[in-house]
Design a binder for this molecule. Structure first.
Ligand SMILES: CC(C)(COP(=O)(O)OP(=O)(O)OC[C@H]1O[C@@H](n2cnc3c(N)ncnc32)[C@H](O)[C@@H]1OP(=O)(O)O)[C@@H](O)C(=O)NCCC(=O)NCCS
Length: 267
């Protein structure tokens, strides 16, 4: 029986790594099994050798324990987080010899696909998992609460975000209960090819309770502005300079372009 009083959420330590990998492999086994012909034990040994999951303690990396046994893990990241290098990475040639070239390449590629660049202001949950026998006792909720505590501690963060497979309705339900909203549904041919899951939900929850993305300027708005002016109004601009037409046209164009690029941020 799981007693809620005994659940502790604490920062991850190197000594937790083996248990963390066990939880992640068993929780996402179906994803990995579609990629490789490795048995669960071999898959674990590969993950340990290749360090596909981070093994160094760092901000945003927490475990849930019950009487010192790790039963859950969450890892979140943000754009300004100091880079932490994993130790003792095994060479590609060693891995290839031991596990086969196809497996090594496919797993590496899959991890790259699953990683996502993080925008400013965003605390992004890379993964969250609870061991199967401990699910449904509030551990996932506690891990998420810890992530929000951390996000609140950091000045520059205004939202917590994550990706979840559209088929993972249990997890979606949990995130919605906590207040996450689906911001966009992404259909990805590559994800379909690699993980047999085509639709992914990008969900976010704002720390100040907002539910809509804020209107923000796209980072590359000025490129769009130049492009628009160049493409659509090249003749008008030439006329201003060559035939001395009214400069007011330029001002109007600037306003027009400016407003189009006042688009909601994609996250
Ligand atoms: C999603 C997950 C982390 C939730 O952890 P948890 O400790 O069971 O979460 P909680 O007990 O706080 O909340 C339970 C809710 O989680 C959801 N849930 C998802 N999968 C579940 C499962 N297999 N068993 C129980 N609840 C599950 C349910 O909506 C449940 O809500 P309910 O109690 O109203 O029915 C856990 O189910 C898990 O590890 N799943 C596999 C890995 C995964 O899918 N991770 C998310 C990737 S984005």
């Amino acid at each position: 029986m799981i007693n809620k009083e005994n659940i502790e959420i604490r920062p991850y330590k190197i000594a937790d790594y083996s248990q963390v990998v066990d939880i992640l492999i068993l929780s996402f086994e179906s994803k990995f099994k579609k990629l490789t012909n490795l048995e669960t034990n071999n898959l674990k040994s590969y993950m340990m050798d290749a360090l596909l999951f981070d093994n160094q303690p760092q901000d945003g990396y927490f475990v849930a324990t019950i009487k010192n046994e790790v039963v859950g893990v969450v890892k979140a990241t943000y754009s300004n987080k100091a880079k932490v290098n994993n130790t003792n990475k095994t060479s590609f040639f060693y891995l290839e010899k031991k596990y086969g070239l196809r497996n090594v390449i496919k797993l590496r590629f899959a991890m790259i696909l699953l990683s996502d660049s993080t925008n400013k202001g965003e605390y992004y949950i890379e993964h969250i998992a609870v061991s199967e026998r401990a699910r449904g006792h509030g551990i996932g909720t506690k891990l998420l609460e810890k992530v929000f505590d951390e996000a609140n501690r950091l000045d520059e963060i205004d939202k917590v975000t994550l990706y979840v497979a559209g088929t993972n309705q249990g997890a979606v339900k949990l995130y919605e209960r906590i207040g996450f909203k689906t911001i966009k549904k992404r259909k990805s041919f590559l994800m379909q090819l690699v993980f047999k899951k085509r639709t992914w939900f990008f969900m976010s929850k704002y720390l100040n309770g907002e539910s809509r993305p804020k209107l923000t300027l796209n980072r590359y708005w000025w490129l769009g502005l130049l492009g628009l002016i160049g493409f659509v109004y090249i003749n008008d601009i030439r006329n201003v300079f060559i035939h001395g037409e009214n400069y007011f046209i330029l001002l109007n164009l600037l306003w027009f372009s400016w407003f189009i690029y006042f688009i909601p941020s994609k996250r």
